[in-house]
Design a protein around this ligand. Structure first.
Ligand code: PBG
Length: 323
């Protein structure tokens, strides 16, 4: 045989020398849930190892993330029902939980990127990402609310504004408003190809943010579609996005590759709550090696073309990679 591919796999040095894809903690973003109080840690049953944290503990976690070389923290607020209404009024409160969390993170751990979520669902009494009109999420009424939310987050010091709502035209509207207000350096990570996925279940448990009625099919994408992701990509590029995200991660690796091959922008992906919960659940039963399956999942997302990976396993992965 002239060609023996196994020659290139003979030793760790050989394998390390020819490895095509690198995974580093600098590629990782840790999604975190914040709640009111001090010293509060509320574990999330369907996401073992993850918890809703009060701001003081969130800051401690952020320090750990920084020590481990993680790029950033993506935060989501858990609000009590009294603060929720049909138009998510609390989302633009400068003294609201979310804005206080951003300020606390930026003052305690300024080197870590703070990536703030823009969507109505944590604030909405309907559990949708926008305003309901006759039972449907209304694009025109929702976009100005998202703009206000983004401005409040930028004022609090967010580095990256991350609209996860899938309204049409919101990237352009947010970019224009940020620039008008002088926030030229605040970046936008567009959840560009966000699919209507069953893998978000544990996240909705964490925030108690499941839709009170209906589903999200009129705004999130159909899992059967890939070409449509390129259309979303082009629009978000034209509207001024800095990063493009594909979400969920592994089941949509082909879409990550499509975007990587078609765009010059950094591509992010979100290894979502359901993907993480599956690994944890199987590991708890002794059916999978969590550490190995986590690293493999993340390397595969990098191989598919993701520059940045949002994962609940960021701290775990960074600790494994350090050794
Ligand atoms: C909603 C939002 C969701 C997630 C992030 N932002 C859920 C949804 O669309 O219902 C899910 C993330 C995860 O599952 O980890 N704006």
């Amino acid at each position: 045989m002239l060609s023996r591919p196994r020659r290139n796999r003979r030793s760790p040095a050989m394998r390390n020398a020819i490895r095509e894809t690198q995974l580093s903690s600098a590629n990782l973003v840790l999604p975190s849930f914040v709640q009111e109080g001090t010293g509060q840690r509320h574990p999330i049953d369907s996401m073992p190892g993850c918890a809703r944290l009060s701001i003081d503990l969130l800051v401690e976690q952020a320090k750990e993330a920084r020590e481990l070389g993680i790029a950033g923290i993506a935060i989501f607020p858990a609000l009590s029902d009294e603060l929720k209404d049909a138009v998510g009024t609390e989302s633009k409160n400068p003294e609201g939980l979310f804005q206080r969390a951003i300020r606390a993170l930026k003052s305690a751990v300024p080197e870590l990127l703070v990536i703030s979520d823009v969507a109505l669902d944590p604030y909405s009494s309907d559990g949708h990402d926008g305003v309901l009109v006759d039972g449907l999420v209304d694009n025109e009424q929702t976009v100005p609310l998202l703009v206000d939310m983004a401005l409040a987050q930028a004022a609090a010091g967010a580095d990256v504004i991350a609209p996860s709502d899938m309204m049409d035209g919101r990237i352009g509207a947010i970019r224009e408003a940020l620039d008008d207000a002088g926030y030229f350096d605040v970046a936008i990570c567009s959840y560009c190809a966000k699919y209507c996925s069953a893998f978000y279940g544990p996240f909705r448990d964490a925030l108690d943010s499941a839709p009170r009625g209906g589903d999200k099919k009129t705004y999130q994408m159909d899992p059967a579609n890939a070409r449509e992701a390129l259309r979303e990509m082009r629009l978000d590029e034209e509207e001024g996005a800095d990063w493009l995200m594909v979400k969920p991660g592994l089941p949509y690796a082909d879409v990550i590759r499509d975007l990587r091959d078609s765009s010059e922008l950094p591509i992010a992906t979100y290894h979502v709550s359901g993907e993480f919960a599956m690994l944890k659940a199987a590991a708890e039963r002794g059916w999978l090696d969590y550490d190995a399956a986590l690293l493999e999942s993340l390397v595969c997302l990098r191989r598919a073309g993701a520059d940045i990976i949002f994962t609940y396993g960021a701290l775990d992965a960074a600790k494994i990679l350090r050794h």
